[in-house]
Design a protein around this ligand. Structure first.
Ligand SMILES: [Zn+2]
Length: 300
């Protein structure tokens, strides 16, 4: 099961309809909480996500709207008796802030700190790219390993069925039948998370081949000067990033409180987003992964 639960969509200050940032990615057995701003604990309740589902917390940077919810969430996990390890990833330059926030939480959680300082892999299936913001920031990519999709007609022709299919997948061959004779490559799903940044190489790299791309879209294209000044993206820039990486779906979020209607931002992003579908996120949205790309799972 893979889906994205939107916990909050406001930058800097919350509004009556938008909580501070917060995103929960259900990724098979992992539950990854990104950038928990203030109020995330309560948003989890509204969204029907048990805090015990969290296995990993990823911070892009240590501005308050991306991490002030941390002590509350960690304390709640202790209260709920979470026994599994919880991995916390963050830029090493934010160590002091992170340790302060963690120190406020109720002790007792098996919390493992993983500071990072350079682009590359940080955990199994997760890697990061450097973003360009007023303080050090990194975006995240979560990728399913590439695999293979069996073609039933070819399996039948080869006389492979039942538990033999699993054996063939595991061992790569079964008698004279090779895995590649009865299957086609299947690209793993990719999720990418691009928060506070100006347009930069790291954002483009993260968008590359993303099935689901979340980007900040703090400003409207009309306010591009503000975006440049504070090192944020406009909606149109977010769309261009999605298009350049051939992302399938783009989710805009982290909106400035100056916009009552963010549909305007979604419309701007659609003009530049190429084939990507674009949605402006609302708090408590649940966003499923798009279907696997059409060439996957078919005979070449
Ligand atoms: Zn922010």
């Amino acid at each position: 099961m893979r889906e994205l639960v939107i916990l909050g969509t406001a930058s800097q200050v919350p509004t009556r309809t938008r909580n501070h940032n917060g995103y929960f990615l259900r990724w098979e057995r992992e539950g990854i909480l990104f950038d928990p701003g203030e109020g995330t604990q309560r948003q989890l309740i509204h969204a029907g996500v048990a805090a015990s589902r969290i296995t990993r917390i990823c911070l892009t940077h240590v501005h308050g709207d991306h991490c002030f919810g941390l002590p509350g969430v960690l304390s709640r996990m202790v209260l709920d008796g979470v026994a599994h390890p919880v991995h916390l990833h963050y830029p090493a330059s934010g160590e002091e802030v992170v340790r302060s926030l963690v120190s406020l939480a109720t002790p007792g959680l098996d919390l493992r700190l993983h500071p990072h300082g350079a682009a590359g892999p940080i955990a199994d299936g997760i890697d990061i790219e450097r973003l360009r913001h007023r303080i050090e920031a990194f975006g995240y990519r979560v990728a399913e390993p590439d695999g293979r999709t069996f073609l039933p007609a070819l399996l039948e022709k080869a006389g492979v069925g039942g538990p033999d299919v699993g054996r063939l997948a595991r061992d790569g061959s079964l008698g004279k039948v090779r895995l590649e004779d009865v299957s086609v490559p299947r690209r793993g799903l990719r999720f990418a998370f691009v928060m506070d940044t100006a347009v930069c190489d790291g954002a483009y790299a993260l968008a590359e081949g993303a099935d689901l791309l979340v980007t900040e879209s703090t400003f409207s294209d009309d306010d591009v000067r503000l975006a440049e000044q504070y090192l944020h993206l406009t909606a149109g820039q977010a769309g261009s990033i999605a298009a350049s990486g051939s992302a399938s779906a783009l989710v805009l979020t982290h909106f400035s409180s100056r916009y009552d209607d963010v549909e305007l931002l979604a419309a701007q992003a659609r003009l530049t987003a190429g084939a990507a579908t674009v949605v402006a996120a609302s708090d408590l949205d649940r966003i499923p992964f798009p279907a696997r790309r059409s060439n996957d799972g078919r005979a070449p």
